[in-house]
Design a protein around this ligand. Structure first.
Ligand code: FE2
Length: 367
C-alpha cells in the first residue's frame, strides 16, 4: 500500500520551485535523450562547477560520474548533494538500455561510478550483465524496503510510480479497473498505448506474466491489440490524447499527471487504480547502483545513500514519483491521487520476465 500523506513539509517552497523547473523537460528517458550522452556530460559538469563556485565552495570531496536514465529535475538534486557533501557530480543522460550497453562496452575503463535507471527490468539486466557492484550498506537496507532493492543489494529503488489506467473525466463513466478490462471490445478504437519497444510497456507485460502466467498474459495483450490502439511513444502525449478526445482510455505512469496538473489543475483526465481487488497496480521504479568498475566507489555510495535519505524528498519531488522510503511523504499533488494497493512483490522479478514479455508483444502484433 502506498499511503496518502496530506501534510506538507517545511521545505516545500524550495521543492516547489524545483518541481516547476523540472516540468519543462518532457517525457521519458527513452525518448528524447539518445544523442544527449557525451555532450550532456560536459555541459552538466560545467554547470555544476559554476553553481558550487557561486554558492559556496564545498570541501574537496572528489568527483563522481553518473550515467542516468532518470533525468527529470535531476540537476538541482545533484547540485544539492554537492553543496552538502563537497562531492562534485558529472552526469550523462540517456535511455536505460543504451547506458547499459555503454557500460558493458567501456568495461574496466568506464568513468561511471553510478548508474541510474527509470525501469526495474533494465537495472536487473545490468546486474545480470555483471556491471554492478554489490553494496553492503545498513543505511540503504534500512531506508529502502526489501521489495524495492535487489536480492544481492546491487541495485536500490529511489522512487516508485504506478502504471495505471487513465480515463477522460468528460467521456468515460465506467472505466476498466483491471489491465484485462482494457481489452474489452467496449474500448475498440478508443484506446491509446505506449509502443512495445518502450521499457514501460515491457515491464507492464512482465508484471502480467508474473501475476497471471504467460498464457493469460498473452490473451490480455492480444485483447489490447484487437482493440486497434493508437500507439503513442510519450506518456505526456498519451495523457493529452485522452484529454483531447483521440482516445478515451489509456495506460500511463502516474507522475505525468502530476506534471500536467501543475500546469492545469483542471486537466480532464483521471487515474483509475487497477487490480485493487487483487495484486495491486503495476509499479515500476527509478533505481541507482554502483558500477562494478567505479573509479570512486566511496563517492558513489555517498550519493546513493544521500538520495535514499537526506535527498530522498528532493529526488522524488523532482520527478513526481512516490519516495521509495515509505516514511517520506510524496509531493502534495501526488498525495492527492489517493491511496492504492501496489504490486510491489513483482518489482524484483520484472527483469527476469522481460525477455518473455518482449516475445508476447511480438507474437500478439503489439506495435
Ligand atoms: Fe517516464
Amino acid at each position: 500500500m502506498i499511503r496518502k500523506h496530506p501534510r506538507y513539509l517545511l521545505g516545500s517552497l524550495l521543492v516547489g520551485a524545483l518541481v516547476l523547473g523540472a516540468c519543462g523537460s518532457d517525457d521519458d528517458s527513452s525518448d528524447a535523450t539518445t544523442d544527449a550522452t557525451a555532450d550532456t556530460a560536459t555541459d552538466t559538469t560545467e554547470a555544476a562547477t559554476d553553481t558550487t563556485e557561486a554558492d559556496a565552495t564545498p570541501a574537496d570531496g572528489g568527483t563522481i560520474t553518473v550515467y542516468t536514465g532518470r533525468h527529470y529535475g535531476i540537476e538541482p538534486v545533484f547540485e544539492q548533494f554537492t553543496t552538502e557533501t563537497g562531492i562534485e557530480v558529472r552526469f550523462t543522460t540517456g535511455n536505460d538500455p543504451e547506458l547499459r550497453e555503454r557500460l558493458i562496452a567501456e568495461g574496466a575503463n568506464t568513468p561511471a561510478d553510478v548508474v541510474m535507471t527509470a525501469d526495474a527490468a533494465n537495472i536487473e539486466l545490468s546486474a545480470e550483465a555483471g556491471i554492478l557492484a554489490s553494496v553492503d550498506s545498513a543505511v540503504l537496507t534500512e531506508a529502502i524496503p526489501e521489495e524495492l532493492r535487489s536480492e544481492d543489494n546491487d541495485w536500490f529503488s529511489l522512487s516508485q510510480r504506478a502504471r495505471v489506467i487513465i480515463a477522460s473525466t468528460e467521456r468515460v463513466e465506467n472505466p476498466p479497473t483491471t489491465y484485462a478490462g482494457v481489452g474489452d471490445p467496449e474500448w475498440q478504437g478508443k484506446l491509446c498505448l505506449r509502443p512495445s519497444t518502450h521499457p514501460y510497456t515491457q515491464s507492464l507485460v512482465a508484471s502480467l506474466i508474473i501475476a497471471e502466467g504467460p498464457e493469460r498474459a498473452t490473451e490480455i495483450v492480444q485483447s489490447w491489440v484487437d482493440n486497434d490502439p493508437l500507439y503513442i511513444n510519450s506518456d505526456t502525449d498519451i495523457y493529452k490524447a485522452v484529454a483531447d478526445g483521440e482516445c478515451d482510455i489509456a495506460i500511463a505512469n502516474t507522475y505525468y499527471l502530476g506534471r500536467l496538473l501543475t500546469e492545469d489543475p483542471d486537466f480532464p483526465v483521471e487515474i483509475v487504480w487497477p487490480e485493487q481487488d487483487g495484486r495491486g497496480a503495476h509499479v515500476n521504479v527509478s533505481t541507482a547502483a554502483i558500477t562494478a568498475n567505479a573509479p570512486n566507489p566511496e563517492g558513489a555510495l555517498a550519493l546513493i545513500e544521500w538520495l535514499a535519505t537526506d535527498g530522498q524528498q528532493l529526488f522524488a519531488d523532482a520527478n513526481f514519483e512516490y519516495p521509495a522510503d515509505p516514511d517520506v511523504e510524496p509531493n502534495e499533488i501526488v498525495a492527492g491521487f489517493g491511496e492504492f494497493t501496489a504490486d510491489l512483490a513483482a518489482v524484483r522479478q520484472l527483469g527476469a520476465n522481460q525477455p518473455a514479455a518482449v516475445e508476447i508483444l511480438s507474437a500478439t502484433g503489439y506495435e
